[in-house]
Design a protein around this ligand. Structure first.
Ligand SMILES: C[S@@+](CC[C@H](N)C(=O)[O-])C[C@H]1O[C@@H](n2cnc3c(N)ncnc32)[C@H](O)[C@@H]1O
Length: 251
């Protein structure tokens, strides 16, 4: 991982959990989703993946754990979080009460078919080991179980020095990867077509960002993480990147 990614996924993740604790329990889930998860995207995935109460859900690259916590509160699933950055693992443990395993998605320390479902949100584009990660998700989900992805797809050239360490696939590269992993696309939706994010959620997420900026705005880690996420924001705004939600099953 690059220094900017370590800042964003490690140091800032830990600060985010501290700030959310100071603000109060209603801030934990929006704080834990800062970056990628949003209620409309998570609702769509939960519905299309047909998650049920008691479903064992692996959240691969869970970050601070907000998306898993959202699924647990909306559908009573039983999440297990996997995350390679120790700072994010600590953050998830601070905010939520789910098992957290510090590991890479490309070598999951879980037996075959040990989960009813898995998802990996905003993760594929942060790792060069994309095929291994998809193969591992297929391996640990029981046959017929769903796999959800949020992937940022590139529709144009992104200068290599602008977002070092990111690996945004093109649409056809992603479809090739899925075919190689024997996963077929059952459902797909562009995040831009989803309903609006509720105001309360945005207000809470903004409050967390303001508090982080007030406490840590002077630090190199905060500046690196903010530069990284605002560059991705600009590429999403101008259409160079789109966010795509996919539900996959064993082919
Ligand atoms: C953009 S964040 C998304 C976090 C979370 N899924 C969410 O939606 O809020 C990407 C996460 O993927 C993690 N990550 C990077 N490489 C990974 C890998 N090989 N396996 C699993 N997770 C990885 C990062 O540490 C980071 O927490």
């Amino acid at each position: 991982m690059t220094e900017a990614m370590e800042a964003e996924f490690g140091t800032v993740a830990e600060w985010t959990a501290q700030v959310a604790v100071e603000l109060g329990p209603e801030y934990a889930v929006p704080a834990g989703c800062r970056g990628s998860g949003s209620p409309p995207a998570l609702d769509w995935l939960i519905e299309q993946m047909k998650l049920k109460p008691g479903s064992r859900l692996l959240d691969c690259g869970a970050g601070v754990g907000g998306s898993a916590a959202y699924a647990a509160s909306s559908r009573s699933v039983l999440p297990v979080l996997v995350e390679p950055e120790i700072g994010a693992c600590r953050a998830a443990t601070t905010l939520f009460d789910y098992p957290v395993v510090c590991a890479s998605g490309s070598a999951l320390p879980m037996p075959d078919a040990s989960f009813d479902a898995a998802w990996s949100l905003g993760v594929l584009c942060t790792t060069p080991d994309q095929l291994a990660l998809l193969d591992e998700l297929r391996r640990i989900v029981r046959p017929g179980g769903p796999i959800g992805l949020l992937v940022f797809i590139a529709h144009g050239d992104i200068p290599g020095n602008q977002l070092e360490g990111n690996h945004f696939p093109t649409d056809s590269a992603l479809l090739d990867l899925l075919e190689t992993s024997s996963l077929h696309v059952e459902q797909r939706r562009t995040t831009a077509d989803l309903p609006a994010i509720p105001d309360t959620w945005n207000e809470r997420a903004d409050t967390v960002t303001r508090a982080l900026s007030e406490q840590y705005g002077h630090t190199q880690a905060w500046r690196l993480a903010e530069r990284q996420s605002s560059r991705i924001g600009r590429l999403l705004d101008d259409g160079t990147l789109t966010g795509e939600l996919l539900v996959l099953r064993h082919a």
